[in-house]
Design a protein. Structure first.
Length: 192
């Protein structure tokens, strides 16, 4: 099937908050976190800067480029800003306000795939797909669960971002969708 997500694919990730108005996963500014590379937030467009909203899907278990991504697989997401924007990573604790809504960890990118055990690993779960063959497809609603400490939380938008050109801040949360589809994500193919 041409619409299946495959390892090595480049994607844009759109957040489901407020009827899919939560923005696109984006690197924006340098991270001050130990081992961090870039801050992560959402932006109104997947192309705020060249590569800032583009992510490459990489297998943790060594599945070859071109193999389909199956719901439940563990993946790395490598940002393509500047050719290498780092790997999506949990790093440090969420803010006090975010913690009041069940949040766990702050999210940034890291130079390495696993800055600490599991921080750069994300288990991808599709809500459904057609056909129902376990493969993940572009346009499917997915959740991303971080594996830090075997319980890193679900990737979500949480609060306004203060970064220039940004929309919402990112963190992980113990609850898979605490409010208004904040942990829902859709993958889109980048346009040429």
């Amino acid at each position: 099937m041409a619409n299946e997500l495959k390892y090595g694919d480049q994607i844009h990730l759109q957040n489901g908050y407020n009827s899919w108005q939560g923005g696109y996963l984006d690197t924006n500014g340098h991270s001050a976190a130990s081992g961090g590379k870039y801050n992560v937030s959402t932006a109104n467009t997947p192309t705020r800067g060249k590569g800032t909203g583009t992510w490459e899907v990489i297998s943790v278990s060594g599945k070859a480029v071109g193999q389909p991504v199956v719901s439940g697989d563990v993946i790395y997401l490598r940002n393509l800003y500047g050719g290498d924007g780092g790997y999506l990573d949990t790093n440090g604790h969420a803010t006090a306000d975010q913690k009041n809504a069940g949040a766990k960890y702050d999210v940034s990118t890291s130079q390495t795939r696993d800055r600490a055990t599991g921080t750069g690993r994300w288990r991808i779960f599709a809500q459904a797909s057609s056909p129902a063959d376990q493969n993940v497809r572009f346009g499917d609603l997915v959740h991303l669960w971080n594996l830090y400490g075997d319980n890193g939380g679900f990737l979500e938008t949480n609060g306004q971002s203060t970064a220039t050109g940004a929309q919402y801040d990112l963190c992980t949360n113990a609850y898979f969708n605490r409010s208004s589809n904040v942990a829902d994500w859709k993958m889109h193919k980048p346009t040429a």
